[in-house]
Ligand binder design. Structure first.
Ligand SMILES: Nc1ncnc2c1ncn2[C@@H]1O[C@H](COP(=O)(O)OP(=O)(O)OP(=O)(O)O)[C@@H](O)[C@H]1O
Length: 348
């Protein structure tokens, strides 16, 4: 896919972005080290294989993919930390890898697994360092801190040494420090990782308010689907370095190819083989079973289940979004079209 180049509303653009890493390989042990020293062995990993997309100003987009799919590498290229092997990125009309001051003042990259606050000092000191780096006036600094404090409740933790903060407290400070200069584009890489559900919600609320207040563009990776469903209408899915889906989250749960979960309580035990005739068996636990069924075939399959099996209770629900995304990964991003209902053949 080639990204349109003339849309003035596009703030983030990836055009055939590709990244190769050269990895040095070494066998374990002393002999392995010796061999690697005498005859170094390298391998090329294609972490990102020519991805293209465009984000509009103010859009919040979820960037999903299994481990090692290329999410962080893509975000690092967009934030200018990595130089693409080929292709091009542009953010607010600027080339990220040039790391110009005008670019750095408009973006931020927050990595939940890495910290930018100075470990041995109170968080407040890191804030003052950022104030100086980004040339923020005292008046703006105070106003921003007041606003952030309202949502994140920072008072009482800013004067504590960073090393003594809890994970949640530290993450609130990390976010506030990273947004002190009020960037227009936020790259958030797992900002809620390891946090309890209350703190995840607090961070989401903060991102939502920031986006509404400043019209910021947000690209978010998270392994917690609740973050994505709460904040993003659109998702990009990357798998094996390739972009396999770019569209509305709702299209996955209600569009062609979407599936429903049929929850069954059986009156007597059934075999997996018999249940599988009615749909994809997702769970079988004693008398409780769950089947994934194409949306367009739900009525026919439910009727067949009630006819052929001894069912005590049957309910139809939307599958958890994790399951939908998992299915998307397994199908290489292909959303299969609706098919006409097929007759069910039940093994004896
Ligand atoms: N500095 C590096 N040198 C060599 N290979 C790397 C490097 N960084 C990442 N990779 C490889 O590139 C691929 C993509 O990694 P990346 O960190 O971008 O994935 P990810 O989608 O962010 O994964 P995760 O969800 O596990 O954080 C992986 O195969 C990884 O091993």
């Amino acid at each position: 896919m080639t990204v349109p180049t003339s849309d003035p509303n596009v703030t983030v653009r990836a055009d055939q972005l590709r990244k190769l890493y050269n990895v040095t390989e070494k066998d374990p042990g002393f002999l392995g080290s010796l061999r690697a020293f005498v005859r170094p062995r390298t391998r090329t990993v294609e972490a990102v294989k020519g991805v293209s997309f465009a984000l509009s100003g103010g859009e919040m987009v979820g960037f999903l993919g299994p481990n090692g799919a290329g999410k962080t590498t893509t975000l690092k290229m967009l934030a200018g930390l990595l130089h693409p092997s080929s292709g091009a990125a542009s953010v607010q009309g600027l080339r990220p890898h040039k790391r110009e001051t005008a670019f750095l003042k408009q973006i931020t990259l927050v990595m939940g697994q890495k910290q930018q606050l100075i470990w041995d000092l109170p968080a407040q000191d890191s804030f003052l360092v950022n104030q100086a780096i980004y040339e923020i006036s005292d008046a703006d600094y105070r106003a921003t801190m007041r606003e952030f404090d309202e949502v994140l409740d920072l008072s009482g933790i800013l004067s504590k040494q960073v090393r003594k903060l809890s994970l949640g407290e530290r993450m609130k400070c990390e976010l506030a420090a990273a947004l002190l200069h009020r960037p227009k584009v936020l790259f958030l890489d797992e900002p809620t990782i390891g946090l309890d559900v209350n703190m995840q919600e607090r961070i989401r609320e903060f991102v939502r308010e920031y986006n509404a207040r400043f019209g910021a563009t947000v690209m978010l990776t998270s392994h917690y689907m609740a973050d994505v469903t709460a904040l993003c209408k659109r998702i990009l899915v990357i798998d094996g370095g390739e972009l396999v889906f770019d569209g509305d989250l709702s299209a996955l749960t209600s569009g062609p190819g979407a599936r429903k979960t049929v929850k069954l309580q059986l009156a007597r035990p059934e075999t997996a083989a018999r249940l599988s005739a009615f749909g994809e068996l997702v769970r079988l636990d004693g008398l409780d079973a769950e089947l994934a069924v194409p949306r367009s075939e739900v009525s026919a399959r439910a009727a067949a289940l009630l006819t052929h099996l001894d069912v005590a209770d049957l309910t139809v629900v939307d599958p958890p979004i994790e399951q939908v995304i998992g299915q998307l990964f397994r199908s290489g991003g292909k959303v299969s079209p609706d098919r006409p209902a097929e007759p069910v053949e039940v093994p004896a």
